[in-house]
Write a protein that binds this ligand. Structure first.
Ligand SMILES: [Zn+2]
Length: 317
């Protein structure tokens, strides 16, 4: 637990340092920015529209701030969370996908910390997909009875015959929850997942963690990127993952032009597409040695903080 508390405090410390000299913040993750529901991005969703027009639901909550993005997508923020989490509920006509489960820092409502929000929005069957396994995205896992994993071979290999995956301490990073999960579906990378009138794909984007996955809605040009890219300081654990991060980034730049809208899992939801190029610059600056980090340590963990063109990356050595 002591180690867990330490990680939590490191996380908190880094997230709260936006104005401290160490930096470690991109400084663009304010909840005071424009409401994403008013975002006027192009939403060429006509090709997947159902015949009936959809009326967005207004959600009541004293914890979550829920806004709407066309088509049928709910942005579920936690402004009061220490993590500034953002989760996404993506609806089709026949089923829905919940992308992450929230921070778990709120008090339950009728025994639920998250599903009572979903229940206000839809009666569709909901499948949970985690953007990755870190503690700040999985804390309400137990409220979901249908879970999908990205079909990465090492995850398949690590799953028992009866479909149970046991998380490692490294994977959840902080605390000891959840210990395991029963997997109902494996979603192959790049395969179309039919939600009914809407199709999404899951794509592996390793770098922040090995299992990091994003959801792409090609028809509507939406990308939900988890902790790979969001408005705020990015975290890389271990120097070897810098090259993994960059390899993923090269694929993103090559495959997703500026017609795609990017959404992150912390801070202000909409991420400027130009951040992909800025991140490329940052990673190149690190790899060439041109970027000299500010070095600090938190309770024994050495952290190198790199800055480039408005972006910040915290490398845990
Ligand atoms: Zn996170």
């Amino acid at each position: 637990m002591r180690r867990g508390l330490t990680w939590f405090m490191v996380w908190l410390a880094l997230f709260s340092m936006s104005s401290a000299s160490i930096g470690c913040s991109k400084g663009t993750n304010s909840d005071a920015q424009a409401d994403p529901s008013t975002n006027d991005q192009a939403t060429p969703g006509s090709e997947t529209e159902s015949t009936e027009s959809y009326v967005p639901v207004e959600v009541e909550s004293n914890w979550y701030a829920v806004t709407y993005v066309e088509p049928k997508t709910y942005v579920i923020r936690e402004p009061q969370s220490s993590q500034g989490n953002v989760s996404y509920l993506i609806l089709g006509d026949k089923r829905a996908v919940m992308f992450d489960t929230g921070s778990g820092e709120n008090f339950p409502v009728n025994g639920s910390k998250m599903t009572h929000i979903i229940d206000q929005i839809t009666d569709l069957p909901v499948t949970l997909l985690l953007s990755h396994f870190h503690f700040d995205h999985n804390q309400n896992l137990g409220e979901f009875d249908h879970v999908a994993f990205i079909e990465l071979q090492y995850l398949v290999d690590g799953t028992s015959e009866d479909g149970v995956y046991t998380f490692s301490q490294n994977e959840i990073l902080e605390g000891d929850y959840p210990q395991s999960v029963e997997i109902d579906e494996w979603w192959p990378e790049g395969a179309d997942i039919d939600l009914g009138g809407r199709s999404i794909q899951v794509v592996g984007i390793p770098g922040h963690t090995d299992e990091s996955a994003m959801i792409v809605d090609h028809a509507n040009k939406l990308m939900f990127m988890g902790d790979y890219l969001y408005n705020g300081e990015l975290f890389v654990f271990g120097e070897h993952n810098l090259s993994v991060y960059e390899q993923t980034l090269d694929g993103l730049i090559a495959n997703y032009d500026s017609s795609y809208a990017l959404y992150g899992a912390h801070g202000y939801p909409v991420v400027p597409h130009t951040d992909l190029q800025d991140l490329k610059g940052l990673l190149e600056c690190i790899s060439t040695g041109a970027c000299v980090p500010k070095k600090t340590s938190f309770w024994g963990y050495e952290v190198h903080v790199f800055f480039f063109n408005g972006m910040t990356l915290c490398l845990f050595i």
